[in-house]
Design a protein around this ligand. Structure first.
Ligand code: UTP
Length: 274
């Protein structure tokens, strides 16, 4: 039994980089070969021992709810055929997990999307997965590694990776002390800094474990970069108190929020399967 019972999936963004594909379909439903991004995320959470999935959706995102539901007509149609097995993965998820949903009515940033999940998550530590960051590892999944680390440290944890200096403007970037190999105690973080202002080239990617006091902190944190409520700004408050760890995870991340990363992930996965 994991100490983390719930995983929040902020999935309300517009996904404008994938227009027109995302005009009427959520970005999180884009498939890597035949499985949608959101399902990879849910499977990663399940592997980490979590079975409460909390999804923050928005307008035009109903397909996310339908995906984790029974489709009687379709299932009746393929029952007894060789296609039946193709739905086994979603069946297994539905048998083991519970799903709850809420809507972010206005896109006010990732911090705001996480705040909207408060009613679903309650007053307990929780995981966050951004499904458009697709993470793979032949051993333990990235979130499993992070849950293990949470059990030791009992504070917020962010997954980090080295990025090219020139690309820091795309990420939250950390500054901290490496307490043991790959484990940093953070004391500063900056949202989307230009390379010359970046405190390092260690970027936060879409996996977090957050302690529940983060909700109040988000509420009290004024909007930051681009007028959005940034999770990085809220985490900075915890970091100043020495309560955030940056973890250089084992594995590989594909930025499936960008077309290039999405194509790379598709090629990688297809080659693994064939
Ligand atoms: P992104 O900025 O990468 O996603 O947000 P986006 O806005 O959907 O994509 P583009 O830039 O228009 O192509 C990172 C994650 O945070 C969620 C997004 O759904 C995505 O998973 N998010 C972001 C929200 O849920 N709400 C927000 O207000 C902002």
């Amino acid at each position: 039994m994991s100490t983390i019972n719930k995983c929040l999936f902020p999935a309300a963004g517009y996904g404008t980089r994938f227009l027109p594909a995302t005009k009427a379909m959520p970005k999180e439903m884009l498939p890597i070969v035949t499985k949608p991004l959101i399902q990879y995320g849910v499977e990663e959470a399940m592997e980490a021992g979590i079975n409460g999935m909390a999804i923050v959706t928005g307008r035009g995102k109903r397909a996310l709810e339908d995906h984790f539901d029974i489709s009687y007509e379709l299932e009746h149609q393929i029952a007894g055929s060789d296609k039946e097995g193709l739905l086994e993965g979603t069946r297994r998820i539905m048998n083991r997990c519970s799903f709850s949903y809420t809507r972010q009515v206005e896109m006010k940033g990732l911090g705001h999307a996480i705040l909207m999940g408060r009613a679903l998550v309650g007053q307990e530590p929780f995981a966050v997965i951004l499904a458009d960051d697709y993470c793979v590892n032949p051993g333990e999944s990235v979130l499993t590694q992070m849950v293990g680390l949470y059990e030791q440290h009992q504070c917020s944890i962010v997954a980090i990776e080295e990025v090219p200096h020139a690309e820091t403007y795309r990420y939250g970037v950390i500054d901290g002390v490496e307490e043991s190999p790959g484990i940093f105690r953070l004391h500063d973080m900056v949202e989307k800094p230009q390379p010359e202002d970046a405190p390092s080239n260690l970027a936060i990617i879409g996996r977090y474990i957050l302690t529940p006091d983060i909700f109040e902190i988000i509420e009290q944190t004024p909007p930051g970069k681009n007028g959005e409520m940034q999770i990085t700004d809220a985490l900075l408050t915890q970091a100043k108190e020495g309560r955030v760890i940056g973890y250089k995870f084992k594995g590989r991340r594909f930025d499936c929020g960008s077309v290039e990363g999405y194509i790379d992930a598709t090629n990688y996965t297809y080659q693994l399967q064939s």
